[in-house]
Design a protein. Structure first.
Length: 478
């Protein structure tokens, strides 16, 4: 995996090698294991390498078919994508690096490529024939993608500091973004940053920038609306989920070692067990926090038991006195944007402990919190009433469990205020009104079976993902 920065000269004049000088330093936190510089005509690229031990995760730039493709790309289900590419007449190699497979997909399908690529990616694609630059971000926004446009250049990177380091990019703060942070703890706009001159590509979107200065934002992914899953036997449901989760862990664990953020709960235990199968028990390290704010004291003994049962190494990170995080040189660490963490220094210690064990880390989040199970009305829209009634009776009688109807949550969503939060009272009236106007202008996404599906792409989840991003916390961890 890697950090990357791309610059494109809008006039079409060549980018010279010395113009790439500002970028390696801010990308260092993403890739301490090597720097690659590339120029071709009006485009220049800098990538930094984080060596995970797998050749498929490097390099970070690919030049072929008149395309320059650079990015932080991880392709999942690689074999399936290779088969699709070969069926489309492309000569995709099974052992090709992920960024090369992404380039093959773009050459085959253009803007339709992102919806065919399963994985997490932040990529810039420059078409030498049309001089168009496409900036593409994965569906959930796991990878960051920032950009700025000056009089002469377009700058794009997965690292905010790299964009700010480019000549001509002003560091003036965006008042509305800071007002959001004061009110709710994060930026509520998916396309802005704390700096007026720097924007971000929203999750699941591609931004096409043309030489004439025009642009087009395309949404390439939305949460699908599949039919309700039906299995002949109840035990087939967890088995199907186990297979899907094992494949996801295997796709991410392409290294000889993996570190797992371990609480000893269901999510982290499942990830640790599957990582031990994918890598080996000796290659897995569980990292547990020793009772920081918000963490129950039972987590350490619980995680210790899980690690012993799985035969994996266990590391406990002690909780020091709260304070501002320090970098490797003992200086105060400067986050690129505000972060809403009770103790950011401790979180950075956790990431460093994971990095000491492996360049690859795994973290699990409650899927119900992310996806929100469908409530009663959504289920009635998705299946006949008699089928729903039969499922409810079966759950009550056979499993002796209360079905999730989500009625209270639906009522709460219906009547809660969309715009006013307690933190708004800290703002001047002018900023309060501006926040309300911006919230009113945002369209809420709709979904037939997941009416609360906005949680997938909303800014709250984006702020969580940013917390785990190396470009934010400064620890080279994939």
């Amino acid at each position: 995996m890697s950090g990357f920065a791309v610059i494109v000269r809008r006039t079409g004049a060549p980018v010279l090698p010395h113009e790439l000088a500002p970028f390696p330093a801010p990308l260092q936190a993403r890739g301490p294991d090597g720097v690659e510089r590339f120029t071709s005509g009006a485009v220049g690229v800098v990538t930094t390498l984080l060596d995970t031990g797998s050749p498929t995760t490097r390099p970070g730039v690919h030049h072929a078919y008149g395309l320059v493709v650079a990015g932080q790309v991880r392709v999942d289900a690689r074999e399936a994508l290779v088969q699709q590419l070969r069926a489309a007449g492309r000569g995709a190699a099974g052992n090709a690096p992920d960024v090369a497979l992404f380039a093959e997909a773009w050459a085959a399908w253009g803007l339709d490529a992102p919806e065919r690529v399963l994985g997490d990616f932040s990529a810039a694609i420059y078409d030498e024939a049309t001089a168009e630059l496409a900036l593409v971000r994965d569906p959930f926004g796991v990878r960051m993608l920032y950009y700025a446009i000056t009089n002469d250049l377009v700058i794009a990177s997965n690292t905010l500091r790299a964009v700010l380091a480019a000549p001509g990019v002003a560091g003036d703060l965006d008042d509305d973004t800071l007002a959001d942070f004061i009110a709710v703890g994060y930026n509520e706009e998916l396309s802005t940053t704390s700096f007026r001159a720097v924007r971000r590509v929203p999750p699941g979107h591609a931004l096409v920038l043309r030489r004439d200065g025009t642009s087009r934002l395309v949404q390439h992914w939305t949460l699908p609306q599949p039919a309700i899953l039906r299995r002949p036997r109840d035990d087939e449901y967890p088995e199907a989920f186990r297979e899907a989760l094992a494949a996801a862990v295997s796709d991410r664990a392409r290294s000889k070692s993996v570190a797992v953020m371990m609480s000893g709960g269901i999510d982290s235990t499942a990830l640790a067990a599957l990582a031990a199968r994918a890598v080996s028990p000796s290659g897995v390290t569980a990292v547990t926090a020793d009772s920081p704010p918000g963490i129950t004291p039972e987590e350490v003994p619980r995680a210790r038991k899980v690690a012993a049962s799985l035969g994996i190494r266990h590391v406990v990170v002690g909780h020091a006195a709260p304070g501002f995080p320090m970098d490797d040189d003992g200086e105060a660490f400067d986050f690129p944007e505000p972060v809403d963490l009770p103790d950011p220094g401790f979180y950075r210690l956790m990431f460093q402990a994971m990095r000491d064990a492996s360049p690859v880390g795994l973290y699990g989040e409650d899927p119900d919190t992310l996806l929100h199970p469908p409530h009663l009305l959504a289920l009635l829209r998705a299946m006949p009433p008699w089928r729903l009634a039969a499922d409810v009776v079966r759950t009550l009688v056979v499993h002796r469990a209360r079905p999730h109807f989500g009625i209270l949550g639906a009522v709460h969503d219906r009547f809660r205020s969309r715009h006013l939060h307690d933190g708004d009272l800290l703002l001047a009236p002018t900023f309060r009104l501006r926040r309300a106007a911006r919230a009113e202008a945002r369209a809420d996404p709709t979904h037939r079976t997941r009416p609360r599906v906005a949680a997938i792409g909303n800014a709250n989840w984006q702020s969580l993902l940013e917390t785990f991003d190396a470009g934010v916390h400064g620890v080279p961890l994939e």
